[in-house]
Design a protein around this ligand. Structure first.
Ligand code: FBP
Length: 554
C-alpha cells in the first residue's frame, strides 16, 4: 500500500497516556471507589440489572498491579457511525493486552455487531495493528448499525464467545450501543458465562456525555475538520462579498457539532435545535431570525454571510414535527397507493389540502415546492417521511429569499441576496484523529483492557480531566447502569443511557448567546485552519471550545 507522508509520520506518533497508565502494566494499581446508583429510576434499573447494578466506581493509580493472572481472549466490535480515533481504541486495547501477556489474544469482529452474530472475525497481530495506528476510519474491521438487543442474539453471542474462549467483549459505540452493552453484560453475568463486557464512548455527535463521560471520542476531530472548512468558506465569503453560505453540519439530533463549529468560527447565524424546541419557534420565526441578519448586513453593504444549520433542526420545530406526524398518518398503509395513483401534482396538492389540519396545511403551504415534493414523494419502506433527507440548508435559504423579497417590496431591505449550500458530515468522520483524539482513544482502549484485567463487567471505559494535559488525565471505569434512566421508546419503557442534548444553561451555549448578536451584524469570522499534528501543544493539543468552556478554561 502506498503511504502518504502524513500517514507515515502518524505511524511514528506515540499517543500520550494518562499519568497513572504510564510506566508499565505492572505499575497500574486500582482504587475501588464508592458503590453507584443510576441517575434516575433507581428501583426499576436495579430490578432490571440485579447482577451489574450498584457496582463501584474504579480509578487506576500508580502502584502494584494486583489483578489476577489469567489468559485473556478479547473480542472487539465497532458499532454505528465512524468517528476519528476508533483505530486507536483498538491499538490501545491491543497494546495493553499484549503487554500484560503476549499469549493474550484480540479478535476483531467485522462489520459491527453483526460480526459477532455471524462469527466473522480476524485475529490481530502486530503487523495488522501497526498499519492502523493514529489513522482515521473504522476500516480496520468495519462497522455497522445492527443492534445487539434480543435474547436470541445474546444466546448466539454466548455460543460464539464459547467457541473462541472469549473472556471479554469490548463494544465501541454511542449511547444506544452502550445501553445494549449494559444489557449484554447483565445477560453474561446472569448466565454465569464468565464473559465481561466493557463499553467505550464514541460518536462525533457529542451526545454521549454526562457527569462521568466528559466527551465522546471523534467529536474533537470532526468539529475541527468542519470548522476548518467553515473558516475557509468565511474567508471566501469575505473575499468575494457576494454569497450567503448555508452550511448544514452533521449531528443526527443534538446540536453540539453546530454549536462547537460556531464557537470556533463566529458565523453570522447558527441555529441550535434545542433552543428552537424550548422557544417553540416556528419555521417563519426561524426564517425571520436569519433574514434579520441578512437585512442588517445587506443594508450596511455586506451582502454576504455564513449560517450554520444543524442536521437535526427540523425535528426540533414543533409545528414541523406535527406536520410530519399528520403526513405519516395521511399516507398510512394502503392510502399511499391512492395518493400515488393521482394524475399530477395539482391533484396531489388538493388531496393534501383536504387531508391535513388547517394548522399543518398552513405550515406545508409556506414550504418551498421542492420540500413539499420531498415530503410526499421520497418515503422510507414503511411509508414514513424521511426527515433526514430534507435539505434544511436549502429549505431555509429559500424561505429567507422569499422573506427578503417581501422586505424589499416593503422598502426595508436594500441589499442583494445570493446563496450557496453545503453539507459537512462525511468529510469529518474519518479524518486523521487530532492529537487529542489519538491520545484519548488510545487511552480509552488501554484503559478498557485494564478494566477487563481487573475483572470489571458492565463498565464504560472512563478517562476524565481531559481538558487538561494528558499527564493529568484520570483513568478508570464507571458502571454503565449509573448512567441509565427509564425512557419511553417505541411505546415501551426502556432502561437507556440518557442522550445529552445542548444545555441551554450550559457554559458553551451561554458564551454563544453572549456574542451572537454582534456576530449577526459584524463580520467577526475566525479562521481555525487545518488540524495541526506537529508543533506547539497550544496549537496541536487544544481541546474543543465546548470542553474548555464546560471546564471553565476559556
Ligand atoms: P453515531 O451516533 O452512530 O456515532 O453516528 C452519528 C452520525 O454520524 C450522525 O451525525 C449522522 O446523522 C449519522 O451518523 C449518519 O449515518 P450514516 O452513516 O448511516 O449515514
Amino acid at each position: 500500500m502506498d503511504l502518504s507522508p502524513l500517514q507515515k509520520a502518524r505511524y511514528e506518533y506515540s499517543p500520550k497516556l494518562p499519568g497513572m497508565l504510564r510506566g508499565g502494566i505492572s505499575e497500574i494499581g486500582v482504587q475501588v471507589g464508592e458503590p453507584t446508583e443510576s441517575v434516575a429510576d433507581q428501583e426499576q434499573i436495579k430490578a432490571l440489572f440485579p447482577n451489574t447494578y450498584g457496582k463501584n466506581e474504579i480509578t487506576f493509580t500508580k502502584g502494584a498491579n494486583t489483578s489476577a493472572a489469567k489468559k485473556q481472549v478479547v473480542g472487539v466490535i465497532l458499532s454505528g457511525g465512524q468517528a476519528p480515533g476508533g483505530h486507536n481504541v483498538i491499538c490501545g486495547l491491543y497494546d495493553a493486552l499484549k503487554a500484560t501477556d503476549k499469549n493474550n489474544v484480540l479478535l476483531g469482529f467485522k462489520g459491527g455487531p453483526s460480526g459477532l452474530i455471524d462469527n466473522d472475525y480476524i485475529e490481530f497481530d502486530d503487523a495488522y495493528i501497526d498499519a492502523y495506528r493514529n489513522t482515521g476510519g473504522f476500516d480496520i474491521i468495519g462497522s455497522g448499525r445492527t443492534k445487539l438487543e434480543t435474547e436470541e442474539q445474546f444466546q448466539i453471542v454466548t455460543e460464539v464467545a464459547k467457541k473462541h474462549g472469549l473472556t471479554a467483549i469490548v463494544i465501541i459505540g454511542g449511547d444506544d450501543s452502550n445501553t445494549n452493552a449494559a444489557v449484554l453484560a447483565e445477560y453474561m453475568a446472569a448466565h454465569n458465562t464468565g464473559v465481561q463486557v466493557i463499553g467505550c464512548p464514541k460518536t462525533i455527535d457529542g451526545d454521549l456525555k454526562n457527569e462521568d463521560i466528559e466527551a465522546s471520542f471523534g467529536f474533537d476531530t470532526a468539529t475541527k475538520t468542519y470548522s476548518e472548512l467553515i473558516g475557509n468558506i468565511e474567508r471566501d465569503a469575505n473575499s468575494a462579498k457576494k454569497y450567503w453560505h448555508f452550511i448544514k453540519v452533521m449531528g443526527r439530533s443534538a446540536s453540539h457539532v453546530a454549536l462547537e463549529c460556531a464557537l470556533e468560527t463566529q458565523p453570522n447565524v447558527c441555529l441550535i435545535g434545542e433552543e428552537v424546541a424550548a422557544k417553540k419557534m416556528s419555521l417563519a420565526e426561524i426564517t425571520n431570525y436569519i433574514a434579520d441578519s441578512v437585512e442588517k448586513r445587506g443594508n450596511n453593504g455586506e451582502n454576504f454571510g455564513v449560517a450554520i444549520i444543524p442536521e437535526g433542526i427540523v425535528e426540533f420545530v414543533p409545528e414541523f414535527s406535527k406536520l410530519i406526524a399528520e403526513i405519516n398518518e395521511l399516507l398510512a398503509g394502503s392510502k399511499t397507493e391512492a395518493f400515488n395513483a393521482l394524475p399530477d401534482w395539482d391533484a396531489k396538492y388538493e388531496f393534501i389540502r383536504k387531508g391535513l389540519s388547517a394548522e399543518s396545511f398552513a405550515v406545508f403551504d409556506i414550504l418551498p415546492e421542492f420540500v413539499q415534493h420531498q415530503l410526499f414523494l421520497e418515503r422510507d419502506p414503511h411509508g414514513n417521511v424521511q426527515v433526514s433527507l430534507i435539505e434544511s440548508e436549502q429549505l431555509f435559504s429559500e424561505m429567507v429569499k422569499n422573506e427578503l423579497e417581501k422586505r424589499k417590496a416593503a422598502g426595508t431591505y436594500k441589499g442583494k441576496f445570493g446563496s450557496q449550500h453545503h453539507f459537512f458530515g462525511y468529510e469529518g468522520r474519518c479524518a486523521f484523529p487530532s492529537n487529542f483524539d489519538a491520545d484519548y482513544c488510545y487511552s480509552l482502549g488501554y484503559n478498557a483492557f485494564m478494566l477487563i484485567q481487573y475483572g470489571c463487567n458492565g463498565y464504560l471505559s472512563k478517562v476524565s480531566n481531559i481538558a487538561r494535559p494528558a499527564e493529568e488525565w484520570v483513568a478508570g471505569g464507571m458502571p454503565i447502569t449509573k448512567m441509565m434512566n427509564i425512557e419511553r421508546r417505541n411505546g415501551k419503557d426502556k432502561p437507556v443511557i440518557r442522550k445529552a442534548l445542548v444545555e441551554l444553561d450550559g457554559a458553551p451555549f451561554r458564551y454563544f448567546v453572549a456574542h451572537r448578536d454582534e456576530w449577526a451584524v459584524k463580520t467577526a469570522f475566525t479562521y481555525p485552519g487545518a488540524i495541526q499534528y506537529f508543533g506547539p501543544a497550544e496549537v496541536c493539543d487544544r481541546p474543543t471550545m465546548t470542553l474548555a468552556l464546560e471546564k471553565g478554561l476559556d
